[in-house]
Ligand binder design. Structure first.
Ligand SMILES: C[S@@+](CC[C@H](N)C(=O)[O-])C[C@H]1O[C@@H](n2cnc3c(N)ncnc32)[C@H](O)[C@@H]1O
Length: 208
């Protein structure tokens, strides 16, 4: 079902470009979300310009408020009765604290924002305690580069609004070190997560 909605709203989460062995991101998410989709009350997606994915989530989770976070204020146009847009930089500590307090409990968070490892890890460190079911990081192909192979500032709309003093470089060891730390926490039973799922270009923390 989610795959059909992804196609309806034309998010790349349903595109063959974002698939592996015939399964798109939507196929993967549907497997985890279909049994809980009526219970989900709050979904947060970081990175929403284009509006495709938040409209898909709005229809898929009929009882949820969908928060879209984006650095680009043009995203404001996607607000509706159940879609709330908050404009800010996911690497800004004050902004992260503001949304942490404003949003409260989150069932599912999807980080599809800057795709910069430092930003991903910073955002997680502030928002993880709010997340009750799934914390997801998308498009890890960007994270796995060992250096800045192309100019990530121009890769997609909104990306050029990041701090001009931030080199936006991704070093693979940053994300791998973070994964290793989180896996060690699970091994040591010292985390709230029951599982960490790795899929092609997606990782998901799950609280059962
Ligand atoms: C890949 S697009 C999101 C696509 C959307 N989720 C979808 O599937 O239709 C990435 C988004 O991240 C936003 N972005 C880039 N840097 C950001 C930052 N530091 N904080 C918040 N959003 C950021 C961009 O403005 C852009 O809208």
């Amino acid at each position: 079902m989610l795959q059909a909605l992804g196609k309806k709203y034309n998010t790349d989460k349903s595109h063959p470009s974002h698939s592996f062995q015939g399964k798109t991101y939507c196929d993967t998410y549907d497997r985890y979300f279909r049994d809980i989709r009526h219970e989900v009350k709050c979904v947060v997606e970081i990175g929403v310009l284009g509006g495709s994915s938040i409209k898909m989530w709005e229809e898929y989770f009929p009882n949820a408020v969908i928060y879209g976070i984006d650095i680009d204020d043009r995203a404001k146009v996607y607000e509706s009765e159940r879609i709330k847009i908050i404009i800010g930089d996911q690497n800004d500590a004050d902004f992260l604290l503001k949304i942490k307090n404003e949003i409260g409990n989150i069932d599912i968070l999807i980080d599809d924002g800057s795709h910069i490892n430092r930003h991903i890890i910073h955002t997680y460190s502030v928002l993880k305690d709010n997340v009750k079911k799934f914390y997801i990081v998308e498009d890890l192909a960007c994270s796995y580069e060992s250096n800045n192979l192309h100019d990530i500032r121009k890769l997609w709309q909104g990306q050029d609004l990041n701090d001009e003093n931030d080199d936006l470089k991704n070093y693979r060891h940053e994300i791998v070190d973070w994964f290793t730390k989180e896996i060690e926490l699970i091994d040591g039973k010292d985390t709230k997560w029951n599982a960490i799922h790795f899929h092609n270009w997606i990782m998901m923390f799950e609280k059962l």
